[in-house]
Design a protein around this ligand. Sequence first.
Ligand SMILES: [Zn+2]
Ligand SMILES: [Zn+2]
Length: 219
Amino acid sequence: MVVTRAEVYEKVVFAERPVCPYCGKEMKVWASYETGFGCGSRWGTPYLFICANDECPLFVDGWEHMRETYGRPCSYRCICYPDSRKTETMVVYSYDKSGIIDEATISADKARGTLEDPAVQELLSHFESRGLESLLSCLFDRDVYYKVRLRAAELIGELGLLEAIEPLRNYQFRDQRIADRVRNTIKRLHDITGTRECPYCAEIVEDGVATCSHCGRSL
Ligand SMILES: [Zn+2]
Ligand SMILES: [Zn+2]
């Protein structure tokens, strides 16, 4: 199953914060992909927990240890994986807190109830203005919440525009749930527009015609 960045964020912010094994302080949510090193791919997850405590013994002693051992101005911070809760040390080169998401931001996100609410509102406004392009780009965006993408697929079906079929058929959806929903959407679009797919050449033809206008074979 493919998991989007937004989904990982939702899971991590609602999860209980682990405690740093070095200082006993609660760890913070950290967007690893926002930092220069590794682009987040190094940890296999866009969000982790990190000990942001500048008084943490690991961090404090690390500066001295690294200078004596390697002659380099760097230290360590403790990170924790959201799924396994396994902890690890990570080399850091400054006191910089980039990527660490403060709890106020997280509370604001949570206070919106469900994190995707504004996105759904936006979708509905695209639907009302018959903005097929916007609905499609939301459906194709892997960084958008699942629930929102599934809703976009539904709304595209409701919109009932013939020109929606082609881009939907041509897009390779990596996620099975979304691919299934899109298949239903295509079915719905055929129903609404009175069309079908030619079983021989896969072109879209009018429902009920005796021969395919593209390949000439009888249907
Ligand atoms: Zn610590
Ligand atoms: Zn045909």
